[in-house]
Design a protein around this ligand. Structure first.
Ligand code: FE2
Length: 178
């Protein structure tokens, strides 16, 4: 299979024939990235849901942690969306696209209880992380190193935030969210 150039339209080497992604490869990469985009936007909204509603003895720590995660996830949204456009596609970031494209579980009714918000966010982070990990494998199979690298950057952050969230949970509750 011909290698996908780091940026479409840019030669991958010094040979006379520039290596370019095939239209089918680009479409597959765009479709996959748009699905991750829908989930990433869903995740960001779930972070805010937790941020607004959490209460309890650790209120300030959790209120701020959930907002820190929201800020990081907003950056991931931008990275993924702009990669779709770099590949010649349209970043599908409308509410309708998110509802149609996300595979994250809906945010459960958590009231204000801190442990339930932590479990809900751990589940969302874990589910999103699994999809990103699969996306890295798929981009590697497509020889799209730049998209794989972007998703790896996202996954590195998601793994860190999952660690932060689960560190606030009792061991049994943390393992239940995995
Ligand atoms: Fe706030």
């Amino acid at each position: 299979m011909a290698a996908i150039a780091a940026t479409p339209g840019v030669s991958a080497g010094s040979g006379a024939t520039p290596a370019r992604p095939s239209p089918a490869q680009c479409k597959r990469a765009r479709d996959l990235l748009n699905q991750r985009l829908a989930e990433c936007i869903d995740l960001q909204m779930q972070c805010k849901q937790a941020h607004w509603n959490v209460r309890g003895a650790n209120f300030i720590a959790l209120h701020e942690l959930f907002d820190d995660i929201n800020g990081a996830v907003e950056d991931y949204v931008d990275l993924v969306a702009e990669r779709v456009v770099q590949l010649g596609g349209v970043a599908e970031g409308t509410l309708g696209s998110v509802v149609a494209g996300t595979s994250l579980p809906p945010y459960p009714p958590c009231g204000s209880e801190d442990t339930r918000h932590l479990q809900a966010l751990a589940t969302a982070l874990s589910t999103f992380g699994s999809g990103v990990r699969q996306g890295i494998d798929e981009m590697t199979r497509l020889d799209d190193a730049a998209s794989a690298d972007i998703l790896t950057e996202v996954l590195r952050g998601i793994d860190k935030w999952l660690w932060f969230v689960e560190a606030h949970l009792p061991a049994r509750a943390a393992s239940a969210s995995a």
